[in-house]
Design a protein around this ligand. Structure first.
Ligand code: PLP
Length: 432
C-alpha cells in the first residue's frame, strides 16, 4: 500500500531546480525519512490535502503555529478584513497595540515587548539585548535545544563537560563560536563549572524550558529553578526561548507552567496565527535598553505587520477562552495514554512523551529522556518505518524522528481516537 505521489514528485523535481534541496527550509526535504516531500495544496481544521489529492490528519501544524488547526474561520476573517486596507505601512498601527495589550494583560512574566518577524529574529535580538544590558560577551546554551539559525546559536557541544562548541554550520567564524558555551541539559555540575571558568563573562543562559526541537526533553522543574538561581547569583540573564512552548502549554507558556520568572522571553510560532511573527519581552527596565530608548539596536521593515498582527489577535483571542488549554491537554493525554498502554501491553520499546498538546514518539524503554545524549540514533530507523506507514494511512507527522507533534483545537477526541488505531497498526509493522 502506497499513496500516489506523481504530482508531488513532479513538483519536487521542479523545485530542485529553484531551491537547494528543492526546499526553503531543510527538514521539509524528507531527507531523514527518505522519499519525496508532499506538496500541500490546502488545509482545513485538523486535515491537509496534497497535490495528488491525498488527505491527511496533520500533526505537524506548520511546526507548531496552528493551535486552532488549518484555515481557522476567525483567523481568515481577520486577515481578509485587515489586508483589504493595505498590507504594510512601515508606520505604527493600532493593531500592534491591540496584540500587545492582549498579551501583556494576560502574561505577568513580561512587561514590555518588541514584535519581530520570526523566532530566529526574536532569539537573535534577545541575545543582543542580554549582551548589551550585561556588557558581557559569552552566552551559555544547551545541547539539544534549538534557537533558530543565527550565527551564535548554531553551535553544538564539543567533548568535555564545559566546552566551546563546534559550529553546526559552515560559514560561522570560529570567533563567534568562542563566545558560545555549550553544556548538556539536566547537568547542574556543567553549569556550575562554566560559571567558575568564565566568572563575570556570561551574559545569559538561554534554554528552551520545554526542549521540543530534538525530541521532547522534559526538564525537572528543580533544574529550571537551579538555572534561575545561578543566573541571579551571577548577574547573568536567564532567557527562556518559548518560541514553541509559548501560548502552547498555556497562555503564559513554560514560565507560567513552572512558575519561574526568566529575565527575557522569546516567542514565535503560535503568536502569529500562521503568519510570520516573533516577539521578545522583558521587564520595563531591561527593555529600556532597546533602540530608540536605549543603545541596543534592533529593527524590522515588516515588524508589527498589520495583517500578521490581526491573525495573532484572532488566534490568541481563542486561546484565552475558558478551558482552552485544559481541553487540549485532556484530549492529548487520552490519546497519548492509549498509545502508551498499547506499547506496554505489546512490550514495544516505544513511548510517547508529552506535555500539554505537544507529543513525541520515542523508540525507547526509558521512563524519561532529559538530554540529547540519551537519544539513541539507531532508534530513528523505527521512526522511518512508522512515518511511511502513517503517511500511507493518512496521518501526517513531521518528517523526522527528532520532531514533536502537535494536537490542535480542531483535532476532536473522535479524530484522535481513530488515529490511535492507525498508529497502533503502524507500530505493529514498525516494531516487527
Ligand atoms: C522554531 C523555533 C525557533 C526559530 O523560529 P523561526 O520562526 O523558525 O525562525 C527558535 N527557537 C525555538 C525554541 C523554536 O522552536
Amino acid at each position: 500500500m502506497s499513496i500516489r505521489r506523481e504530482k508531488s514528485e513532479a513538483l519536487f523535481e521542479k523545485a530542485k531546480t529553484y531551491f537547494p534541496g528543492g526546499v526553503n527550509s531543510p527538514v521539509r526535504a524528507f531527507r531523514s525519512v527518505g522519499g519525496t516531500p508532499l506538496f500541500i495544496e490546502r488545509g482545513k481544521g485538523s486535515h491537509i490535502w496534497d497535490a495528488d489529492g491525498n488527505e491527511f490528519i496533520d500533526f505537524c501544524a506548520s511546526w507548531g503555529p496552528l493551535i486552532l488547526g488549518h484555515a481557522n474561520d476567525k483567523v481568515i476573517e481577520a486577515v481578509k478584513k485587515t489586508v483589504e486596507n493595505g498590507s504594510s505601512f512601515g508606520a505604527p498601527t493600532a493593531l500592534e497595540n491591540d496584540l500587545a495589550e492582549l498579551i501583556l494583560s494576560n502574561n505577568k512574566y513580561i512587561q514590555k515587548i518588541r514584535f519581530v518577524s520570526s523566532g530566529t529574529e526574536a532569539v537573535m535580538s534577545a541575545i543582543r539585548l542580554a549582551r548589551g544590558y550585561t556588557k558581557r560577551n559569552k552566552i551559555l546554551k544547551f545541547e539539544g535545544c534549538y534557537h533558530g539559525h543565527s550565527d551564535s546559536l548554531l553551535v553544538k557541544a564539543g567533548s568535555g563537560l564545559v566546552t566551546f562548541g563546534n559550529t553546526s554550520s559552515a560559514g560561522i567564524p570560529q570567533s563567534f563560536v568562542n563566545e558560545t558555551i555549550v553544556v548538556s541539559l539536566n547537568n547542574e555540575e556543567a553549569v556550575k563549572q562554566a560559571f567558575i571558568e568564565f566568572k563575570d563573562q556570561i551574559a545569559c543562559i538561554i534554554i528552551e524550558p520545554i526542549p521540543a526541537n530534538n525530541g521532547l526533553l522534559l526538564q525537572r522543574p528543580k533544574y529550571l529553578q537551579f538555572l534561575r538561581d545561578i543566573c541571579t547569583e551571577n548577574d547573568t540573564l536567564l532567557i527562556f526561548d518559548e518560541v514553541i512552548s509559548g501560548f502552547r502549554v498555556g497562555f503564559t507558556g513554560a514560565a507560567g507552567y513552572y512558575g519561574i520568572q526568566p529575565d527575557i522571553i522569546t516567542y514565535g510560532k503560535i503568536i502569529g496565527g500562521g503568519l510570520p511573527v516573533g516577539m521578545y519581552g522583558s521587564s520595563v527596565e531591561i527593555m529600556s535598553h532597546i533602540s530608540p530608548d536605549g543603545n541596543v539596536y534592533q529593527a524590522g521593515t515588516l515588524s508589527g505587520n498589520p495583517v500578521a498582527m490581526a491573525a495573532g489577535i484572532a488566534q490568541l483571542t481563542e486561546c484565552l477562552k475558558p478551558n482552552f488549554y485544559e481541553d487540549l491537554a485532556k484530549k492529548t493525554s487520552v490519546f497519548v495514554n492509549a498509545l502508551n498502554d498499547y506499547a506496554e501491553t505489546n512490550r514495544y520499546s516505544f513511548k510517547v512523551f508529552s506535555i500539554g498538546s505537544i507529543f513525541w514518539f520515542a523508540f525507547t524503554d526509558a521512563l524519561s529522556i532529559q538530554s540529547a545524549e540519551e537519544i539513541v540514533p539507531e532508534s530513528m530507523n523505527y521512526f522511518k518505518v512508522l512515518h511511511k506507514e502513517l503517511l500511507d494511512r493518512g496521518v501526517y507527522t513531521g518528517p523526522s524522528g527528532y520532531e514533536v507533534g502537535f494536537v490542535s483545537e480542531a483535532h476532536t477526541p473522535e479524530i484522535l481516537h481513530a488515529v490511535e488505531r492507525v498508529i497502533m497498526e503502524c507500530l505493529d509493522i514498525a516494531m516487527k
